[in-house]
Structures are given as C-alpha cells and as structure tokens.
Design a protein around this ligand. Structure first.
Ligand SMILES: C[S@@+](CC[C@H](N)C(=O)[O-])C[C@H]1O[C@@H](n2cnc3c(N)ncnc32)[C@H](O)[C@@H]1O
Length: 468
C-alpha cells in the first residue's frame, strides 16, 4: 500500500466534502489496520498537517506557481499541498524523496504530462523554503494572521472584533498546538484504583499526564487509546476536560434526576450518571442513529442508571415539565473550539452557518427551560468561541427566559477561574470591552475556555437556576 496515495485519496475526498476528516481518518486507519505503526503515523501526520496548514500552503504555492491553486486540477492541488507540507514541516523526509514520490504519483494517476510542472514547483519551494513570503503584517494584518495560522479571514476578523489582536493571535497559536487525546477515568475511582489502572496503561506503553483542572482526566501523549487496558472494560473514555467541566458545573447530587437534551454520543450523560449514582439520567438526542451510538458508549462504560430516548429538543415534552433537578444543554454549535482536533471545521463553517445556529439553540433552550424544577439547575454549553452562541445566550436565558445566573466560583477549579481572571485583565488592558456586555452576575456564571490560555478545547459553560 502506497501511504502517500492513501493521503492523497483522503485529501481528495475531503475536498469533495464527502466526510469530516476525523471520521474519515478513523475509517481509513481501521480499513488498513495491517499497516505498521510508522506508516499509520505518517498517514495521520501528513493528512492532518496538510489540512491544518492548507491556507498557508496555498499561499506559498500561489507565490511560486504560474497557475493559481484554485485553478489546478483537484488531484494536482492536493498532491502539491501534501508535498509542500512534507517539505516544510517534516524534516524526517528528504526533499528529493518528496519531489520524486509526487512525480510518480502524478504519473500513476493519469497526469504524466504534469510531472514537469509538479517537479519544477516543488523543487523551487524546496530551494526557497527559508524565504517563503507571508502577507505584509502592517498593510494586511488580518490576511497576515489568516495565512500564518491558516485560518479563514472571517474568523480572524470575528475574534479580533471580540477579543482584540493579542488574544486572537494566542488563540490561533493555541489551536495549532498538538492536541493529544484526552482520556477520562471514572470520576469516583479511589486513588488506589486509579493508580493501579494508570500503571496498567503505562506498562502497555501509554504516556499519560494528568489534566491541570480535574484529577480524573488525562492527556494521552503516547499510545493508542482503544487498545489500552481498561478501555474495553469501560474504565476510560475519550472526553476532553472541558466537557467534564460542564458536568462538574452542574454540581449533580447523588439522587438527582438529570435530563441531557442533546446527549449523543453520551460523554456528559455518562459522567452525569456517575455523579447521580442513586438517581437517573435521561439521555436524549434527535435521531435513532445518534441514540444507538450513545447506547454503545453507555454499554461499554457500564452505566446502568441512564435511559435513552429519541426526542427533538426543540419540542417541550409536557410530561417532564418541572421534573428535573438538572438539565444539561450541550447544544449543537459551530464547533470553532475543537478545530485543533477536527481540522477541516474551519474551512466549512461560514459566518452565516454559525449565525444560523443561534436560532436552533434558542429553540432548544426555550423548550427545555420548563423541565427545570424550581430551585433546579440548568447548564448551557457549547464547544465554540463565538459570542452569539455563548455570551449572547447567557443574556437570552436570564433576561428573556428568566433563569438566575449562578456563580461558578467554588464550583469549577480555582486554577481555571484564575486563568479566566487573567484573560479578563488582558482584555481590559487592551481596551477591549472587558465586561463583554454582561452584568457581574452573568459574567460570574459563565466561562469561555480559550486554547492558548487554558489547557482545553475552546469551550463555553454557563450555569443557571430556576427561581423557587
Ligand atoms: C455537541 S453535541 C452533544 C455532545 C454530547 N453532549 C456529549 O457530551 O457527548 C450536540 C448534539 O445535539 C444533537 N442535536 C441537534 N439538534 C437537536 C435537536 N433538535 N434535539 C436534540 N438534539 C439535537 C446532535 O445530534 C448532537 O449529538
């Protein structure tokens, strides 16, 4: 199996938007499971790196090619992108090998006549790789950041408007950093059992670092999670610390009844069920397929106090009105905070599609607020960095729907709230709108996790109470 051809086919399929990169990668690596681990690592690194740096790679190609990248045949465009990525970011591959393999692939896939073009362009970029141009930072500041961090210009503009330039650049850097898989162990495991489990995993070759926010979440910096001891037994699951923090924010009691309105694939429901040991979680989502995936995870994690149901969250279920101690609203969102892991999201989300989501979010929130008992809790969360879907929703939930904001102080880890304060100070120093238009109580009730500032995905959590 030619690993470069595998990468090329994945990039081509992603160009046609046939699937999302993280799903396609999993499917391909499962299909070619017989590849050795070095080949698999190569395929993953080149595909993900090429996607992550696409705008930057295109800019360099455009600067040295007579034909613009946009006008190239898709196969040639993808082949050049992945080759330039190897030239610039993979010292382990000799430049001559990158050029030769690209020419061979072009010929094999029916573009023998373009071998000279591919070869010439790649050799030029290889020779000039220390001096490739970026846009002028003074004259075109947005374009400069867009190319340097390979982020569409509208997103750079959006964050610059919301956070100012300094914070925006740190977020962009943060999203580019390596994002290890995050593993969550059972939250109630004793120290002794946790240590036994960790040493079993480490003996199998895993390298794990505890999260700085929660003692039961670990970053897996070496090893493959699904083959770790404990995984099949349901002793760990893949979950970012931010997602676990959203459940922590709800302070679920042992006997609580929790409704998770948008539950698939079940990450928060399963953690909620660990917290409500003598209570119950109702995990709902919009489709049968999503609920099936959730049930698979529930079974593997051996959570017995979760019931699942297909239900459209925009419709109020009258039978549940006033019944829930806790309602979790982890709504569908633009996903701008998880671009570090899902690398093609940034090219697919548009300003319009992100804005369009707020209507759906409002409908889900409006339909779900009635479930909260008087005195009960609602936690709203998203995995995005977008004020319309986050801070503006805090205003909607409190000012339009009448819930009370509840402070996260004493609920979320002190270190995390300290980082929030630090960020706030930078915003105020930079003369940005440091209150983000929220009252003190609304501001204390929510937190925007930002890559580059926090060791987590970009995520938003807000907590509310229904008045008694
Ligand atoms: C961010 S994901 C939830 C992740 C999940 N809470 C977890 O922690 O694993 C958002 C979910 O909302 C679901 N969804 C979208 N529209 C919905 C609707 N109208 N009603 C209920 N769920 C919906 C999607 O299917 C998706 O699974």
């Amino acid at each position: 199996m030619n690993t470069r051809e595998l990468v090329l086919d994945m990039l081509l399929s992603l160009e046609r938007e046939e699937d999302y990169s993280h799903r396609l990668m999993k499917a391909v690596l499962d299909k070619y499971d017989y590849l050795d681990s070095r080949d698999k690592a190569f395929v993953k690194r080149v595909t993900e790196g090429t996607l992550e740096r696409q705008l930057e790679l295109d800019y360099y190609l455009d600067s040295r090619s007579s034909l613009s990248v946009r006008k190239m045949r898709p196969l040639i465009r993808c082949l050049l992108r992945m080759s330039v990525y190897q030239l610039l970011y993979m010292d382990s591959v000799p430049d001559s090998a990158v050029c030769n393999e690209a020419c061979k692939l072009a010929a094999k896939r029916g573009f023998r006549n373009l071998k000279g073009f591919v070869n010439g362009l790649l050799r030029t970029i290889s020779k000039e790789k220390e001096n490739l141009p970026l846009p002028d930072e003074e004259k075109e500041p947005v374009k400069f950041l867009s190319v340097k961090y390979s982020m569409p210009e509208w997103l750079v503009e959006l964050w610059q408007d919301e956070y100012g330039r300094e914070i925006t650049e740190t977020i962009l850097k943060g999203l580019m950093e390596i994002h290890p898989v995050s593993l969550r162990l059972p939250s109630g495991l004793s120290d002794e059992h946790r240590n036994v489990l960790l040493s079993r995993m480490e003996s199998a070759g895993a390298k794990l670092t505890v999260s700085r926010y929660l003692p039961y979440v670990y970053l897996l910096t070496r090893g493959e999670f699904s083959s770790l001891p404990g995984f099949e037994e349901g002793l760990c699951t893949v979950q970012d610390v931010s997602s676990a923090l959203a459940v922590e924010a709800a302070e679920i009691g042992e006997t609580d009844f929790v409704i998770d309105v948008c539950a698939a694939p079940g990450g928060k429901s399963i953690l909620a069920a660990e917290k409500a040991r003598a209570g119950k979680v109702l995990a709902r989502d919009i489709s049968e397929e999503k609920i099936c995936r959730t049930e698979e995870n529930i079974r593997r994690m051996k959570a017995e106090n979760i019931e699942t149901e297909v239900h459209d969250g925009t419709l109020t279920d009258e039978e549940l009105v006033g019944k829930a101690d806790v309602v979790l609203l982890d709504v569908p969102c633009s996903g701008l905070g998880v671009m570090g892991k899902k690398r093609d999201i940034k090219y697919r989300v548009t300003r319009e599609s992100a804005e369009g989501l707020t209507e759906l979010q409002k409908r889900i929130v409006r339909a779900s607020v009635p479930y909260v008992k008087p005195g009960g809790t609602l936690v709203y969360s998203t995995c995005t960095i977008h004020r319309q879907e986050n801070e503006d929703m805090v205003r909607f939930i409190t000012e339009v729907l009448g819930l009370e904001p509840v402070s996260l102080t004493g609920v979320l880890p002190k270190s995390l709230l300290g980082e929030k304060k630090h960020l706030q100070n930078i915003l105020c120093r930079a003369g940005e709108e440091c209150g983000i238009g929220l009252t003190d109580a609304q501001r204390d009730a929510c937190i925007q996790l930002l890559p580059g500032y926090m060791e987590a995905d970009g995520f938003f959590i807000a907590r509310f109470r229904r008045k008694k």
